[in-house]
Write a protein that binds this ligand. Structure first.
Ligand SMILES: NC(=O)c1ccc[n+]([C@@H]2O[C@H](COP(=O)([O-])OP(=O)(O)OC[C@H]3O[C@@H](n4cnc5c(N)ncnc54)[C@H](OP(=O)(O)O)[C@@H]3O)[C@@H](O)[C@H]2O)c1
Length: 353
């Protein structure tokens, strides 16, 4: 039986959800996936850090109400989050990076990923920052060290847009994509169709927990811009930086715009897209677009996300699903670990043949 030891960096919503899954599903994974996960280290700004080579009890980690610096009370623990020591020295096969997204330079997460890859550990992450800013460097580092850098959850949470485009649609010749990549702004547009003005719709999204106290990154398109960069670079082989992607959000749309669109049998959606031009250059953009009701993305409502992949051989293929959520995003981390496991299993099978 394969056991992967893992170090969790950040212990907020997503990594806690992964720990809950480990506490309840390890046996099932052992039977169905061929491996189990053992948490040997955790580091979090608020809680501190802990290394336990034999493994930490996942149930204890999620059920204990730790105070600030609380990991200091555990054997092998410290009240400080010493990420560098944890990442470099913990006996972990895989580092699970789920800290804060920094859209400017990707730090501190870029360093977390670098330290892990340099010391021969796989990295799985849901953090858009290091992927949008430094994927090229981190993928090269992973290759040089014979490990994986996987980030399915950075774009559509557990909905497998990256793996579907790369693996299942391999050979279909992707020419571009367009998607609804931010559930908050999509929810706000839906409520505006229901008669609310922009400010009231944002307030409702905040009350329901869909929008942050500062909704700027969601409604001005900055979150979508990072996702467009990730998808364009990964799927279309581009080398875009966030500043290369034209970005306009939905805050300029008025109730009159929404009404006018409805009268024309269409509706506004915030669309993130990228396309390869005739000269081979890839351009990306984020902007509100008025879509006819029969467009595949027009019926995507509420906090749901969707991406239409435009392929040469198959036409347009649309994938729809959750774009956020603790468990949904933890599932993305599991799917990255499954991908790592399956690569190793097929290498071992080839070598044995
Ligand atoms: N939740 C989702 O639905 C979702 C979906 C897709 C992608 N993601 C991405 O996944 C990542 C994690 O999301 P989340 O919802 O779990 O966020 P979260 O609840 O805010 O958790 C992040 C945790 O990381 C800690 N942290 C921040 N910087 C750190 C550092 N330098 N070193 C150690 N710990 C650090 C935070 O501590 P403090 O609270 O003390 O700062 C917090 O406990 C984010 O990058 C997010 O954008 C989330």
């Amino acid at each position: 039986m394969t056991v992967y030891t893992i170090a969790l960096i950040g212990f907020g919503g997503v990594n806690r959800a992964l720990t809950e899954l480990i506490a309840t599903k390890n046996q099932l994974w052992e039977r169905d996936l061929g491996f189990r996960l053992n948490i040997v280290a955790v580091s979090d700004l608020f809680l501190g850090s802990v290394i336990s080579p034999n493994g930490l009890d996942a149930k204890m980690l999620v059920e204990t109400n730790f105070a600030k610096g609380g990991f200091g009370q555990l054997s092998g623990g410290s009240a400080e989050a010493d990420n560098e020591t944890i990442i470099k020295t913990a006996p972990a096969d895989i580092v699970v990076e789920a800290t804060f997204t920094n859209p400017i330079d990707g730090e501190a997460a870029v360093s977390h990923c670098r330290w892990a890859l340099q010391t021969g550990k796989h990295v799985v992450t849901t953090n858009k920052g290091p992927v949008a800013i430094a994927a090229r460097e981190l993928k090269a580092l992973a290759k040089a060290n014979g490990v994986h850098f996987e980030y399915e959850g950075s774009v559509m949470s557990g909905t497998p847009v990256i793996r579907m485009a790369e693996k299942t649609l391999a050979g279909a010749e992707l020419k571009g994509f367009e998607g609804i990549l931010n559930g908050t702004s999509n929810f706000v547009l839906g409520r505006m169709e229901g008669g609310l003005d922009f400010a009231a719709a944002v307030k409702e999204a905040q009350q329901l927990g869909y929008a942050e106290a500062d909704p700027t990154a969601d409604v001005e398109g900055f979150d979508v811009r990072l996702k467009v960069v990730i998808l364009a670079n990964e799927l279309l082989g581009a080398d875009l930086k966030p500043g290369d992607v034209i970005c306009k959000g939905i805050s300029g749309l008025s109730a009159a715009d929404i009404e006018k669109a409805a009268k024309a049998n269409s509706r506004w959606k915030l669309i993130g897209s990228a396309v390869r031009g005739a000269d081979g250059r890839v351009t990306g953009s984020v902007s509100p677009r008025q879509l006819p009701l029969d467009h595949p993305l027009a019926g995507v409502n509420g906090a749901t996300n969707a991406v239409s992949l435009n392929t040469e051989l198959l036409g347009s293929v649309t994938i729809t699903g959750p774009g956020a959520g603790r468990i949904e995003t933890a599932y993305a981390l599991l799917s990255d670990i499954v991908a790592i496991h399956n690569t190793h299993v097929s290498v071992a099978t080839r070598e044995a043949a």
